[in-house]
Design a protein around this ligand. Structure first.
Ligand code: CA
Length: 267
C-alpha cells in the first residue's frame, strides 16, 4: 500500500470491492496526479483514510462488510476530504442518503472515466483550504503578508459578511459569531454562492452547477436527483449553522425555485 505525504503530493483513497472498477478508478486518479491507495472493504477503507489523510476518496456503497454510508459516518468526524460516492444504485434515495451522511458528490455506475475525471478536475479548481489544521493544504501558501495579531481582523477582498456570519472565499473559512463552521467543500461553495447573492434567489439548477465547480465540460445535464442533492446539502448546512447561530434562519427556501439568504443587520 502506498503511503502519501500530506501536504506534498495529493493523496487519494479508492474504496471498492470490484476489481475492474477499482483498477479503473485508480488509473483515472493516477492520471490526475494522485498518489492512490485502495481498499476492498469498508473497515479497511476507514483505516486507510485515518492513516493517510487523503484529499479525495471514492467510495463504493455496496461493500462486503460495512456499507458506504457507514464508512461515511465513521470518517466524517475526523476528515473533511472530498468524497465522491460511486453508486451502482440509481435509486435516488440511496444517493440522497449518501449525501446526507456527508458525501460531496456522486457518480452512477457504469460511468465513463472522462466523467469521473471531470468531477475530480472541478473539485481541484476549488481546493479545500484551512478547514482542518491537522491536514495542511497541498497548495503553496500565499505570499507572506504582515503577521496578523489576534485581535485585529485581516481585511481580505474576498470576505462576505451577513450579521455574525463571515465567509472568507480566499481562506475558504466560514464562521458564525467567531466559531468556524465545519463545512464540507460543497457546503462551503453553496454558502459562498448564496452569501454572494446577498438576498437574491439562487435556483437549484444554478446551485447544482456551483457544487460542480462551474465548468463541467460536457456534463452539464442537471437531473431531478441533482436538484434533490442540493436540498440535502442545504439541509446539512442549515443544521451546522443552527448549532452555533442564534439568529433567525439564514437560508430560506423559495418554494419551487431555490434558496436565498436573508440579509441581517450588521452588529
Ligand atoms: Ca461493490
Amino acid at each position: 500500500m502506498t503511503s502519501s505525504a500530506p501536504g506534498d503530493r495529493r493523496g487519494a483513497v479508492v474504496i471498492e470491492d470490484d476489481l475492474d472498477i477499482r483498477n479503473l478508478v485508480c488509473a483515472v486518479l493516477e492520471q490526475g496526479g494522485f498518489v492512490v491507495s485502495s481498499a476492498t472493504t469498508g473497515r479497511e477503507g476507514v483505516d486507510v483514510i485515518r492513516q493517510q489523510h487523503p484529499m479525495v476518496v471514492t467510495l463504493d456503497i455496496g461493500l462486503p462488510d460495512i456499507d458506504g454510508y457507514e464508512v461515511l459516518r465513521r470518517i466524517r468526524n475526523t476528515t473533511d476530504c472530498y468524497v465522491i460516492v460511486l453508486s451502482g444504485h440509481s435509486d435516488e434515495m440511496d444517493i440522497l442518503t449518501a449525501l446526507q451522511a456527508g458525501a460531496d458528490d456522486y457518480v452512477l455506475k457504469p460511468f465513463r472515466p472522462r466523467e469521473l475525471r471531470a468531477r475530480i478536475d472541478a473539485m481541484l479548481r476549488r481546493p479545500r483550504i484551512g478547514q482542518n489544521a491537522q491536514h495542511p493544504p497541498s497548495r503553496p501558501a500565499a505570499p507572506a503578508a504582515p503577521a496578523p495579531t489576534d485581535d485585529v481582523p485581516v481585511k481580505s477582498a474576498n470576505v462576505l459578511r451577513n450579521g455574525g456570519i463571515t465567509v472568507d472565499g480566499d481562506a475558504r473559512i466560514a464562521s458564525c459569531a467567531g466559531v468556524e463552521l465545519p463545512l464540507t467543500k460543497t457546503e462551503f461553495n453553496l454558502l459562498y454562492e448564496l452569501m454572494q447573492g446577498n438576498g437574491a434567489v439562487r435556483t437549484k439548477e444554478e446551485l447544482v452547477r456551483v457544487s460542480r465547480g462551474g465548468d463541467y465540460r460536457g456534463y452539464n445535464f442537471v437531473s431531478r436527483t441533482d436538484e434533490r442533492a442540493i436540498e440535502v446539502h442545504i439541509a446539512n448546512l442549515r443544521q451546522k449553522l443552527a448549532r452555533v447561530d442564534g439568529g433567525p434562519e439564514l437560508i430560506t427556501t423559495v418554494r419551487g425555485v431555490g434558496f436565498r439568504v436573508v440579509p441581517r443587520a450588521t452588529d
